[in-house]
Design a protein around this ligand. Structure first.
Ligand code: KIV
Length: 269
């Protein structure tokens, strides 16, 4: 029988300790009980119930159609399979910027479904809600750089923060989110040098996806780790290559992030 290593539940204080010890924080998306269980057993620190489920699970071409009910349902599934990882759930498009009270009610629904933290895309515009959620005891993860819910406004899947003004905007957003009370910030598709600079300036962990090797942690979409979502983005790596099972691939992903073997320059911008 496979050996299952028991560990204590990962809490906000655990993430802080990992950050202070400069140990990379490992995050991976998860959407159901079975994968949540094996991701947890593989030693991932955080499971992200990402609204990427709109694409990976529902087959949409963007994350925009995902509802708060979808997110609550998948969070509850993940919470049932997971024992120790810290669960972060995405607030989907249209669930937090229409009005602040609705944003609060939706965050509460996700926490009741089993999330330990909610994540939202955006910079200055989300700060008032971040502050309010913190006063209610709801930890928040920010998400800046390429923000998939704004793909129509951005015009495509483009790296953000490449220009001087783009870099300044990213830095200002990250500082504002930290100031508002965000506990973690995801950086998606930003130049490695910019992510390194922001990570050095902040006092909270940064989690990169296509943001180079110098973030405090890394996140990938489960289907990209397993090489099963059609064409993979440049920043992803198929960990099934050389692995004899899904369980082994997930352990290899965790180990690669923890040992800083992933990501390399080949996965960065
Ligand atoms: O929804 C998601 O999976 C995400 C990651 C790409 C960070 O937000």
């Amino acid at each position: 029988m496979a050996e299952i290593v028991q560990r204590k539940p990962v809490k906000l204080s655990t993430l802080k300790k990992l950050y202070e010890a400069k140990e990379p924080i490992v995050m991976i998306t998860g959407y159901d009980a079975t994968f949540a269980r094996i991701e947890d057993e593989a030693g991932t620190d955080m499971i992200l119930v990402g609204d990427s489920l709109g694409m990976t699970m529902q087959g949409n071409s963007t994350t925009l159609p995902v509802s708060i009910e979808d997110m609550a349902y998948h969070t509850a599934c993940v919470a049932k399979g997971n024992k120790t990882a810290f669960i972060v759930t995405d607030m989907p498009f249209g669930s937090y910027l229409v009005n602040e009270d609705e944003g609060v009610a939706n965050a509460v629904e996700l926490m009741k479904a089993g999330a330990h933290m909610v994540k939202m895309e955006g910079g200055l515009e989300v700060c008032p809600l971040v502050k309010r959620l913190r006063t209610m005891g709801i930890p928040v993860c920010g998400h800046v750089g390429f923000t998939p819910q704004s793909v129509n406004a951005i015009g495509g899947y483009f790296v953000q923060g490449r220009t001087q003004s783009g870099e300044e905007k990213l830095l200002a957003e990250a500082h504002a989110l930290e100031e508002a009370g965000a506990s973690v910030i995801v950086f998606e598709m930003v130049p490695a040098a910019v992510a390194k600079k922001v990570t050095a300036e902040l006092h909270i962990p940064t989690i990169g996806i296509g943001a180079g090797p110098d973030c405090s942690g890394q996140v990938l979409v489960l289907q990209d780790v397993l090489g099963i979502y059609g064409r993979a983005p440049k920043f992803a790596k198929n960990f099934m290559v050389g692995a004899s099972s899904i369980q082994e691939a997930l352990k290899n992903y965790v180990q690669a992030v923890k040992s800083r073997a992933f990501p390399t320059a080949d996965h960065s911008f």
